[in-house]
Design a protein around this ligand. Structure first.
Ligand SMILES: Cc1cc2nc3c(=O)[nH]c(=O)nc-3n(C[C@H](O)[C@H](O)[C@H](O)COP(=O)(O)O)c2cc1C
Length: 211
């Protein structure tokens, strides 16, 4: 049996039901903590599931920031003030801590402290990494693109530092089972990954017969 929602049915849904369903329709999203520092040196860390690859040369990543007009967005303000931020994979050991960074804490409160995470700095880079994370990136802010359709903003940054387990860096693919990175469905549910298959680059003359 299949349930079919039309655009009308989606528009008529209860706000929370729609939010939960539409946040989940893309399938698994990456689970990352974004670390940042305000101009007055207050650290901040918050969970984001919208990080996306934009290109590898230069190495660019984007993420979607919810509308900044009415609700204070500390990550956004810090990135605009400081120009640097970090993106840190989430692992099962601290997924619960990571989840609770989404609470709307006051600006003076560091989610690192309140959510039991440890900030870590590397020489010459002014944004906090998450010490508990084994796979993390130091980012330089490049561009913010407003999306007038719904008031969100695409934040684009370039990878300046990439820190990951050596055994993963030496292999010819990034095995997320080994890195123990987790994924998110919707806004509340976390998944661990099992590697299922690996296929070669798809060349037209090498496509197997599926008959
Ligand atoms: C699983 C999950 C994923 C989230 N992903 C995003 C996201 O991609 N973009 C966003 O703007 N907020 C996202 N949020 C909400 C932020 O975590 C939340 O607004 C947080 O308070 C931001 O903190 P800040 O004000 O310290 O930046 C997500 C929340 C959860 C629970």
């Amino acid at each position: 049996m299949t349930t079919h929602y039309t655009s009308r049915a989606i528009a008529d849904m209860d706000k929370v039901q729609r939010l939960k369903l539409i946040n989940a329709v893309t399938g698994i999203k990456p689970a990352n903590l974004i670390g940042s520092l305000s101009a007055d040196a207050i650290s901040n860390v918050a969970i984001f599931s919208s990080v996306v690859h934009l290109g590898s040369n230069p190495p660019l990543l984007g993420f979607i920031m919810r509308p900044t007009a009415d609700v204070p967005r500390h990550t956004y303000n810090n990135i605009m003030e400081n120009g640097y931020y970090t993106i840190n994979h989430i692992h099962p050991a601290f997924a619960k801590n990571a989840h609770y960074t989404s609470a709307k804490f006051d600006r003076e409160v560091s989610e690192f402290e309140r959510c039991g995470l440890t900030e870590e700095y590397i020489e010459g880079f002014s944004a906090p990494f998450v010490k508990e994370s084994g796979f993390k990136m130091g980012m330089r802010f490049c561009e913010a693109i407003d999306i007038p359709l719904n008031g969100t903003v695409l934040i684009i940054g370039e990878i300046q530092h990439l820190l990951l387990p050596t055994k993963v860096a030496q292999a010819d693919d990034v095995n997320l089972e080994i890195t123990e990175s987790v994924g998110i469905s919707g806004l509340n549910t976390y998944y661990e990954f099992t590697k299922m298959a690996r296929y070669p680059y798809a060349r037209v003359d090498e496509v197997p017969s599926f008959e």
